[in-house]
Design a protein around this ligand. Structure first.
Ligand SMILES: CC(C)(COP(=O)(O)OP(=O)(O)OC[C@H]1O[C@@H](n2cnc3c(N)ncnc32)[C@H](O)[C@@H]1OP(=O)(O)O)[C@@H](O)C(=O)NCCC(=O)NCCS
Length: 138
């Protein structure tokens, strides 16, 4: 596994809420997908697309005005696929401690201009960290 990185931070607003008054799950998933895409772009030069989302857990509700941080961790690199664990944390207003509200595994596939899968190793950035190099080993 690679190191956990902060990919996105922000605050929730009234337009992000569902009819029950907490943040809409689809809104959170969209943010997670964007965070995962940033984690992927940090390590590859090519385009990459989301092919699957698994193990999605909505653990706790997110409230209006909450400050959230999305952490990403590259957990596996295949031939053309990259798996990322994405975790959404919310900061408690009183204690300032973070607690997890949602997590999931996103899989991205590196593709060429014609959207055909290409090998991650052919498009890997030169400045990747050692933990990513380990994941690239066969
Ligand atoms: C991603 C896409 C290019 C893959 O094409 P494909 O013909 O299925 O490619 P392959 O069968 O060669 O699989 C490519 C890789 O994806 C992985 N993969 C394919 N489907 C998968 C799935 N459902 N879950 C996890 N991994 C998957 C394969 O295991 C393979 O990994 P590897 O190269 O590391 O071994 C194609 O499915 C696609 O264009 N999907 C739409 C993507 C998109 O628009 N995303 C935005 C969604 S809103």
């Amino acid at each position: 596994m690679a190191k956990k990185q902060i990919a996105l931070r922000g605050r929730t607003y009234p337009t992000d809420l569902n009819h029950a008054g907490t943040v809409f799950g689809g809104w959170i998933m969209g943010k997670m997908d964007k965070a995962a895409s940033i984690a992927v772009e940090d390590i590859v030069k090519s385009r990459a697309v989301t092919v699957s989302v698994t193990n999605l857990n909505f653990l706790k509700p997110v409230q209006n005005g909450d400050i959230f941080t999305i952490y990403t961790e590259i957990i596996k690199i295949g031939n053309s696929s990259i798996k990322i664990h994405v975790s959404v944390m919310v900061r408690c207003k009183e204690s300032h401690e973070e607690y997890e509200v949602t997590d999931a595994i996103f899989t991205f596939v590196t593709v060429d201009q014609e959207r055909i899968p290409i090998n991650v190793r052919d498009v890997i950035r030169e400045d990747i960290s050692e933990d990513i190099e380990i994941l690239l080993k066969p």
